[in-house]
Design a protein around this ligand. Structure first.
Ligand SMILES: *[C@@H]1O[C@H](CO)[C@@H](O)[C@H](O)[C@H]1NC(C)=O
Ligand SMILES: *[C@@H]1O[C@H](CO)[C@@H](O)[C@H](O)[C@H]1NC(C)=O
Ligand SMILES: *[C@@H]1O[C@H](CO)[C@@H](O)[C@H](O)[C@H]1NC(C)=O
Length: 559
């Protein structure tokens, strides 16, 4: 039966001109069973003699695969070894090829032979293979600002047809411009499977803004949606372009302070070591950006610079100003001068800026220093000068002592109120504080010494006329003065004068009293006369008049 069919088929093929349908295409999936329909599945003509499948390679080599005569019959496989084990025919005459490969990209033709006709249905088979997920390879460790550098490679393995690779930055496609973006793509074919591997290398000129950029590759393939690699970011290196030098200290740097200089530089990676230049010296600091000047003096004022270790031209500078204030006072400390001498005070100040000066004497503020010629005892005291400039304060002082021989300024006498005692008052000037000696015994007291003055008092009860001497002395000298004092027991002394004064006062009092009495008598008489004439006047007036007279009477009774 089978051999008959083959013979018949061969005969018919030779005898009848075949009708060839237009070729259709079929996309199959690599590795899966390829199902090739015959005339789109419509292959049961009533006078079917047999169905046959053959294939033609791209090189034009044609071979038969199988023949099937009727539904009940087994298909007769005549295929070469490459297909023998993998092919079969389905009930609707479709050719099934297991585990499709790229070698199956041929034209498969279904030949339907009937008694009257021979029809051919060719199908062009494509076997598609989706590429593997994109792989990012040879990722650059860093990029440099403004420099075209390889960023990485993207690989899409084993595809058919070959995959297409594009690059995206922040999800926007990068378009090659051969200057800042260079993309080189290559496709290789596996000699065994014929599958294609697409490799795309991106060279990219980064800018500082790319510090935050994310790069990825996109693999496009006919088999479905795009596959995107995991986004990658890069460290963008750039050299130092800006530097600054900071002086880390309070507003005013004073002598003795420590001053820290801090050098800062941009760039990625930022420099970590610097040179500091000052006063013709260069100091290198490693893994630090600070340099500290200790115990600065005014000589350290000036310009300081820092620079990169390998490039003195890239640097920054700052000015350090050390403030100072020198104060020199002449005289100073304890100053001992004689009364009447003169004193010249000299104040010298040397400061980094104009200094303000104020004076105090014994803690009291002075508008200005007094004129010390000639010196008096009042000039004595502690003089303090305070100067300030740039937040620095200095003080200086002198303690002026004015000394002089004591001098008695006055010696007077007074009587006590009761006239029984005499008080002698001796006023003396001198420093140090003089001591007093009286030539007679008595009760002594004194007013506290101040401003070179003191007042001594001696209370005595002289029984006879006396000459009393007040003697004042200090280490520098002695001064004395005499005063005559008369006895308190004599009527003709000063005490008597007092008594006469009292008598005179009494006489004056009596005379005044008589004059007043006379005047009052006149007034009373006048009032009496008016009262007699004015009885017609009101009661109030009466009352007033009666009160007036009462008062007058009272006054009249007074002595
Ligand atoms: C600071 O320097 C001055 C002189 O410039 C010196 O007299 C002083 O002893 C120094 N002080 C310290 C703490 O080193
Ligand atoms: C003063 O009094 C003392 C004793 O208190 C006496 O010795 C002295 O002589 C008296 N001097 C005179 C001058 O009276
Ligand atoms: C005391 O002095 C007064 C004059 O001041 C004189 O009249 C009197 O006689 C004197 N008395 C004696 C005891 O010397």
């Amino acid at each position: 039966m089978g051999s008959l069919g083959v013979l018949l088929g061969a005969f018919l093929t030779a005898a009848i001109i075949p009708t060839v349908s237009s070729k259709t295409g079929l996309n199959a999936t690599y590795g899966e069973t390829i199902t090739i329909p015959c005339n789109n599945g419509d292959n049961q003509p009533a006078d079917l003699v047999f169905t046959k499948w053959k294939y033609t390679t791209k090189d034009g080599v044609s071979e038969d695969l199988l023949v099937k005569q009727s539904q009940k019959d087994e298909a007769k496989i005549t295929a070469p070894d490459s297909y023998r084990a993998r092919i079969s025919i389905s009930a609707d005459s479709s050719l099934l090829i297991q585990s499709g490969t790229l070698q199956d990209e041929n034209v498969f033709t279904c030949i339907v032979v009937t008694v009257a006709n021979l029809k051919e249905y060719p199908v062009d088979v494509y076997v598609h293979k989706r590429p593997s997920a994109p792989e990012f390879r040879n990722k650059a460790r860093r990029l440099e600002d403004g420099k075209l550098m390889p960023l990485g490679e993207c690989v899409a393995l084993n595809a058919n047809p070959p995959a297409e690779i594009t690059w995206v930055k922040n999800n926007k496609t990068l378009v090659a411009d051969d200057k800042t973006i260079v993309i080189k793509t290559s496709v290789t074919k596996d000699p065994v499977s014929s599958l294609s591997t697409t490799t795309s290398g991106l060279q990219y000129m980064a800018g500082k803004q790319d510090m935050t950029s994310k790069f990825a590759c996109v693999v496009k393939h006919v088999t479905g949606s795009d596959q995107v690699s995991a986004p990658e970011s890069f460290s963008i290196h750039y050299p130092t372009e800006n530097m600054s030098l900071q002086v880390l200290s309070a507003a005013h740097i004073r002598e003795g302070d420590d001053v820290t200089l801090k050098c800062q530089a941009d760039g990625n990676p930022p420099p970590t070591s610097f040179n500091f230049h000052f006063k013709g010296k260069t100091v290198s600091v490693t893994d630090s950006d600070v340099y500290t000047l200790t115990n600065v003096s005014r000589a350290d004022s000036g310009e300081y610079k820092c620079s990169l270790l390998n490039n003195d031209n890239m640097g920054a500078s700052a000015t350090v100003t050390v403030t100072y204030l020198d104060l020199s006072l002449s005289p100073s400390g304890k100053v001992l001068k004689k009364f009447g001498e003169s004193l010249e005070v000299k104040l010298e100040k040397n400061a980094s800026s104009e200094a303000t000066v104020s004076w105090t004497k014994d803690n009291g503020k002075l508008d200005k220093l007094p004129h010390f010629s000639p010196l008096t005892y009042k000039h004595a005291g502690l003089y303090t000068c305070a100067a300030s400039a740039d937040g620095i304060e200095r003080t200086a002082f002198f303690d002026l002592v004015v000394e002089g021989t004591p001098v008695i300024k006055s010696l007077t006498k007074e009587s006590s109120k009761d006239g029984k005692k005499k008080v002698l008052v001796c006023v003396a000037e001198g420093a140090p504080e003089p001591e007093v000696q009286w030539s007679v015994n008595g009760t002594h007291n004194k007013v506290p010494y101040a401003g070179g003055f003191t007042t001594y008092k001696l209370t005595i009860v002289p029984s006879t006329n006396l000459t009393v001497t007040c003697t004042v002395s200090n280490k520098l000298g002695v001064n004395s003065r005499d005063i005559d004092v008369s006895s308190v027991f004599k009527e003709d002394s000063e005490g008597r004068t007092d008594n006469e004064g009292d008598k005179a006062a009494v006489i004056v009092g009596v005379v005044v009293g008589l004059v007043v009495l006379a005047a009052l008598g006149g007034i009373v008489y006048c009032l009496y006369m008016r009262r007699r004439q004015g009885t017609w006047k009101t009661a109030e007036k009466e009352l007033g008049n009666s009160e007036e007279s009462k008062k007058l009477e009272e006054n009249n009774h007074r002595p």
